[in-house]
Write a protein that binds this ligand. Sequence first.
Ligand SMILES: [Zn+2]
Length: 184
Amino acid sequence: MFRSQYYEAMKLLAAEKRLKYSISTASLGLKRIREVYKAEGVAIDLWETSYRIRAMYMCDGGDPSVLVNRNLPTEPRLFAMVHELKHHYCDQTALKNGQIRCGDYNANEVIEKAAEVFAAEFIYPAQEFLDCASSIGLEHAKVTPEDVVEFKRVCGAPVSYKFLQKRLEWYGFIERGEFAKIQF
Ligand SMILES: [Zn+2]
């Protein structure tokens, strides 16, 4: 399968799971995700670990669990937990020693990128993002940092500034890395 097909499949899977669990963007938070984990039979353990590791998916003898870095702030923690759900749904055959450790260092692996695609679409569907961008009159190549702050306030999605920047880059509203040095 081509990468683009794999990523599209992840977006469809995210939409399917949102529907299954009646997820709406504005009401999505850690509480709601804990309920999804419970329904999926996946245990959650908070974990004191280095910043390099965000979370880890484990499945030993059909007993799935996720370790989450307890030092992550709410939005990155939510993202990491949804990212791990993708491993639960799709990657049980790819486990090494019964686990997948997830951090920035392995973001280039295809199964990791696909988990990022899944999480982004599950938490804030691209279409909702584009609708919000158009509703506040965002124009390509004319976006200021103040617009990003306004966007975050208006959109109501449980996402970080880093998330928004990636989306804005992806859809060509800003150049790649344009706001990388700005402290929001
Ligand atoms: Zn991962």
